[in-house]
Design a protein around this ligand. Sequence first.
Ligand code: AMP
Length: 116
Amino acid sequence: MADADCIFCKILTGDIPADVVREDEHTVAFRDLEPQAPTHVLVIPRRHLPDVGSLALEAPEEVAPLFAAVRAVAEQEGIDGSGYRSVFNTGAGAQQSVFHAHVHVLGGRAMTWPPG
Ligand code: AMP
């Protein structure tokens, strides 16, 4: 299930350290190394699939826990009241750089729309 070349799988196994803020049986959440907002947490499924769409097709039972974890992280980080943005980059053209499904949870500052 894990991909030996995947940096997020290595975080899941503990081979690469991360600032983990939450974990449950389906997901792990940790702070992004290059935060784009005062709060910038990545929520990932333990199951290795390359993007969220693939997760929905191949492991749909993992999608609801992923979204529930996003909400739990927002509450834990205290950004649920002020609002937060959830981002899924899919494909290199959308700046996806790690091909293990993940949700960026961004908050703690005003968000612009449309995004750049
Ligand atoms: P994406 O560009 O959507 O694939 O997002 C991948 C994110 O992972 C980027 O925002 C990176 O800063 C972040 N990232 C890469 N390696 C690590 C790491 N070891 N720990 C925490 N965040 C990381």
